[in-house]
Design a protein. Sequence first.
Length: 532
Amino acid sequence: MTETLFEIDNLSVCFGDPASTEPVVKEVSFELKRGETLALVGESGSGKSVTALSLLRLLPPHQANYPGGEIRFEGTDLLKVPESKLREIRGNRVGMIFQEPMTSLNPLHRIEQQITETLRLHRGVTGSKARQRALELLELVGIDNGEERLSHYPHELSGGQRQRVMIAMALANDPELLIADEPTTALDVTIQQQILELLRDLQSKLGMSILLITHDLNIVRRHADRVCVMYQGRIVEEQPCQQLFNSPQHPYTRKLLDAEPTGRPIPLNDTPAPLLSSDHLRVWFPIKKGFFKRTVDHFKAVDGVSLNIDHGETLGIVGESGSGKTTLALALLRLTSSQGAIVFKDEPIEHLKQKQIKPLRQRMQIVFQDPYGSLSPRMSVAEIIAEGLLVQGMEDAEAKEQRVIQVLRDVGLDPEVRHRYPHEFSGGQRQRIAIARALILKPELIVLDEPTSALDRTVQKQIIELLRDLQKRYRLSYLFISHDLAVVRALSHRVAVMHKGRVVESGPADAIFEQAQHPYTQQLLEAAGIAG
């Protein structure tokens, strides 16, 4: 048995006619040894996922072409073998964890059916044996109540649980290689740590290789043996992990390492001016059971939260998924029902009807987590950004266009893009459009709900610098929600830590990060690799 499992030799990939189309992967070469973790890193569009999908020829055959190179698995070139041979390898000797489990899992099938499918196809295992193996796999990946979970559908599981199910499916046949494509993107830091430690434990038990595809260098530093850096379809640097971090050679590698969120928020005025506050704010959702759907209990999404935000200040809200961060923000903006006092600029607003609250919407805006999902694909950029002006009754077409042009300049975009549509932009550009949409009404408070979670580090850094600049220019206040503690530290004056609907710790950002008092806060900081 050779030490090398996979060899990629001068591989090129293009979509369309190779004679007239520029390859998206260009003469890539690397090898993957048995039992090692090789990280493939780079920004979105660098060719990481296309390279990984090419290893098993998972790209659409009528679109993808391989004008050059070889992909050798134990010496056999997979570009030359028949489809039947590939099916023997896929899901059997090589498993794959895809980037987004919610779209990779079938929403119409229960978890049991999805895990046992690969056992039936490759091993002929069915019935009670397949179910028993599925239970073993759920236990292996750390999912409790396996018997109950097998009957669930994907939408009934949390993000971390869905990712664990994907891992269970990939490991069902004890593969020799596991390809993990952004396995922790958009997961909480504690769940990230659990998933990566799980993969490391399983690698040790099973002796498998891991190809880890990610743009998170903090993960690479802690979990990879070797690193290949991709840029514009090429591998520009390959080194052992620690050597790469200690002495990067290529300018692009140095750029990636320098893109970690840094700096601190802009200084505040000495005299605080209160803008928004809440007192014992609650959002309880009834749990109904029985034939008559009587309320038997409540899910306490937000349970007695008191906070305040001053003019020009950023309050960071951190915590895991399900801790109540987004629900709290929606309640403060009166976008969901709540109990408790909410005061905006000395005016109680908790009892205002929607008609009365409408004028206040101009002064309180929100930027959602997923700009692609929150921007209408049928509207041009100009229509999207100007929609708030229309709702607030601004009818002058020329004045509206001038406001759109100015706000696009404010967020660092060419005003000429206003005639284009959201699908024509990158993730970072779409997020700038979403910020422009919130900014055009000249608000005093902007809620930022995970605005950088799915962006590359270099783009994250640009967005953070943009938000700082806008805050300084317009004296904006931000309620900044994120599970990325490095980003929170770079932007927030104060931090509130939420856990199970309650604020368990709050205070100045530096005090929270350097001398956290609550065990849950300490756990978050440890999982994120942030030392005091």
